[in-house]
Design a protein around this ligand. Structure first.
Ligand code: NAP
Length: 485
């Protein structure tokens, strides 16, 4: 038996039972590094979703009444399971998603850190006693779990996007129905195995795979489900937000980005190149916080471009994620290859100059070379659209005001980055950028202890940190009257 066998589930997890779809239909899952089928999962729809919500609603009755200490201990037991099985979970993740094995392990353990952080925060969900304007009444504010949470997650971080949501949900006393992307369902189903091993009660965590619109509609319509937390594209996020609004459900939306990466003339160029490599090419450019537009001030433009080209060629190696030398896994599928190719062709046709990469890589799988294009301008598609691939376009700017205006000229507002050694500029620019996350002289800033969330079309709500609990809690005011005082 291989390491991953116990976690490689081809059934959905409802009320601690492993089940097939009612129809018996399945969806094939493909390894993007090889193009080969690695397994299949049930193709569930509305009826199975309703049953999973019923199970979560039943479990909520007792789970919400447990002490924070109890939930915290179970969450820590779940963390222990993740830590013990991190190698197997990483291998599973690489098989279905493609990222290098060490990054997959980093993701699995990074997700565990969110669970651990929230296990600790569970004990600190405080209320308030408000000074009363009436002598004979006392005013109390408590925080209560919102109820059953529906979580819909994308393929680019198949494990940690779930852990972030699960951490806040379990800590506050909510129960969950999780729907992962059909492209990467196994890392999600593995949470069912982990939950069983950790002793999490039946119905608290349910994971189902299948027809995304059918599952999403049931989550939006079913009155027993009280919140939808979604990570994915802005298009689907807006659809879910409007459907959830019809039933007055709480929502958290972690949506698309179009991150600017600004390098000022006074920056440490080598640090900026290092940051650009991390921020642009991590996960082969498939993160919502990936730099999408690189703005470089005129005086250092050529020097930065040359150094970035050298770094890309020296450091980045596309290949199967199971190979220890690989730094760049495949793109998720053919559609992703098409999008990167189209953005590249568009840039070159509008005056862009290709300085490295530019082609599909390898004979099997969906690989694309890390690519850098100079001479970019605002008419190019990348200026307004998220590429979600390993393509870096370098734009030139003259003044600080121009850089800010260009950076903000997008409907997105998730992550942005800039490099400068000038302290005044660091504050000025940080305050002027209309984004939820700002990296100043850093290309990777995500951590479980800090909030993660976007503004504008990048969504609403936060994950991680103490702020991440708020979206899973209702505030209740109780007025105790007739106290005879
Ligand atoms: P997507 O197409 O929106 O899919 C995300 C999830 O939504 C998947 O589980 C998908 O299921 C499901 N889905 C699709 N259509 C649905 C519908 N009509 N109703 C309910 N669910 C539906 O996004 P993606 O291509 O997987 O992910 C990439 C996007 O996610 C990028 O835009 C990226 O920026 C964004 N993202 C944002 C964050 C953040 O924290 N802000 C983090 C990571 C990614 P199926 O896959 O099974 O169809």
């Amino acid at each position: 038996m291989s390491l991953i066998t116990p976690f490689f589930k081809d059934a959905v997890f409802i009320n601690n039972e492993w089940l097939a779809a009612d129809s018996g239909e399945t969806i094939d899952v493909i390894n993007p590094a090889t193009g080969e089928k690695i397994g299949s999962v049930p193709n569930c729809g509305q009826a199975e979703t309703a049953r999973a919500i019923d199970a979560a609603a039943e479990a909520f009755k007792s789970w919400k009444a447990t002490t924070a200490d109890h939930r915290s201990n179970l969450m820590l037991a779940l963390c222990d399971q993740i830590a013990e099985n991190a190698d197997a979970l990483a291998e599973l993740l690489t098989l279905e998603m493609g990222k290098p094995l060490n990054e997959a392990k980093g993701e699995v353990l990074g997700g565990m850190k969110y669970l651990k952080f929230f296990a600790e925060e569970a004990r600190r969900i405080y209320g308030d006693l408000i000074p009363s304007p009436w002598g004979d009444r006392r005013l109390m504010v408590t925080k209560e779990p919102v109820g059953v949470v529906g979580a819909i997650t994308p393929w680019n971080f198949p494990s940690s996007m779930i852990a972030r949501k699960m951490g806040a949900a379990l800590a506050t006393g909510c129960t969950m129905v999780i729907k992962p992307s059909e492209l990467t369902p196994f890392s999600a189903l593995a949470y069912g195995v982990l939950a069983e091993k950790a002793g999490i009660p039946a119905g608290v965590i349910n994971v189902l795979t299948g027809d995304a619109p059918a599952i999403g509609s049931e989550m939006c319509d079913n009155p027993k489900l009280r919140k939808i937390t979604f990570t994915g594209s802005t298009r689907v996020g807006k659809l879910l937000a409007s459907n959830a609004a019809a039933n007055m459900k709480k929502i958290s939306m972690e949506l698309g980005g179009n991150a600017p990466f600004i390098v000022f003339e006074d920056a440490d160029i080598d640090k900026a190149v290092e940051g650009a490599i991390a921020s642009k090419f991590r996960n082969s450019g498939q993160t919502c916080v990936c730099a999408n537009r690189v703005y470089v001030q005129a005086g250092i433009y050529d020097a930065f471009a040359a150094k970035l080209k050298d770094a890309v060629e020296a450091q980045l190696k596309p290949g199967n994620g199971m190979d220890p030398d690989t730094t760049q896994g495949p793109l998720i599928d053919e559609r992703a290859i098409t999008k990167v190719s189209e953005h590249l062709e568009d840039a070159v046709s509008k005056g862009g100059k290709l300085i490295t990469g530019g082609s599909r890589a390898g004979n099997v799988g969906t690989f694309f070379e890390p690519t850098v294009v100079t001479n970019a301008n605002s008419s190019m598609r990348v200026a307004t659209e998220e590429t979600f691939g390993p393509l870096a376009l370098l734009f030139k700017f003259d003044s600080e005001a121009e850089a800010i205006e260009l950076a903000n000229a997008t409907e997105y507002g998730l992550a942005c980055y800039f490099y400068t050694k000038d302290l005044g500029r660091a504050f000025r620019v940080s305050e002027a950028l209309e984004y939820g996350l700002v990296g100043i002289n850093e290309g990777v800033i995500t951590t479980e202890v800090a909030p993660f969330g976007g503004v504008k079309d990048s969504g609403m709500g936060n994950e991680g940190s103490k702020y991440g609990l708020d979206d899973y809690l209702n505030v209740k005011y109780s007025c105790f009257g007739g106290l005879g005082m």
